[in-house]
Design a protein around this ligand. Sequence first.
Ligand SMILES: Cc1ncc(COP(=O)(O)O)c(C=O)c1O
Length: 346
Amino acid sequence: MKTIDLRSDTVTLPTQTMREAIYHAELGDDVFGEDPTTNRLEKIAAERMGKEAALMVASGTMGNLVCLLSHCRRGEEVILGDQSHTFLYEAGGISAVGGIHPHTIANQPDGTMRLEDIEAAIRGSNLHFPRSRLICLENTHNRCNGSALTPKYMESVAKLARERGLRIHLDGARVFNAAAALGVDVKELIRYADSVSFCLSKGLSSPVGSIICGSNDFIAEARRNRKVLGGGMRQSGIIASAGIEALENMVDRLAEDHENAHRLAEGIARIPGLSIELNRIQTNIIYFDMANDQFTAETLVKQLSGRAVKVLQVGPERLRAVTHYGISAEDIDLALAAMSEVMASS
Ligand SMILES: Cc1ncc(COP(=O)(O)O)c(C=O)c1O
């Protein structure tokens, strides 16, 4: 029986064309700058994002860390959301490795941080304070319902950052989902950021890899910091070949994942004992809650797993499901049938 795995879009497997591209990839030593496939991917990515240059890294976590190391010196401060992936789920790398001081402010349920909160967090010049250097945004926002930040919001943060001499880094792990949901070119979401990292290995289905983009000078510094982290790879065209396929052929289908997420969310809203805020669903990530005294989220996860459906528990009563390549509308209906069955037995 096929397992319907909705825990994350990181479970996606490479497509057949990716596997063929990997097999046929033209290779060289990328630390010498001689891997033609990696060079090609970086050129395609920079053009696609509207930035001067790009660099492939091993993961989204490495992409964010390399970018923050390239923007901030030890003891300098980054302003970021208290629900951001970098703050919550990147093993404290910015502090552990970079000595970068995180200054968290509240994320709103739509993934934004209020401009007045950002402004209040920016330090004045006083020898007691760390120096504020960078603002980090996340688009789509994973913990905040997979919400898409609009170009208008990004522009307003950029204006504030410019006025106060700060830079912006965008954790755009799923920025193509944001662009698809908002119906805008991805460049519209990137243009206000000095650097961006995005993942090839989530909804775009590559097996490994993320890309960071920025100015030529920024990427030269990032290349050095990637090396510091041991992230200089040799015949990296093996990975990059799949990344080219991902960028060329997997972006346009993301809308299908969003339709499936809506289908799933609407189905969950009809199941007694589960609750969901339907108006929050924008992309491929949905959160929902147990509204039933008999059952915890842990029990639901276990019972669903016995029916070959996997969802992620993110709190005692809270769960997450993510749609992605390899999950069809029919799979969503099967997952909903399993959820109804389990909840009816509670
Ligand atoms: C918003 C966001 N940023 C960064 C990452 C990190 O990506 P990786 O798992 O490739 O390190 C994730 C992973 O889920 C994410 O959701």
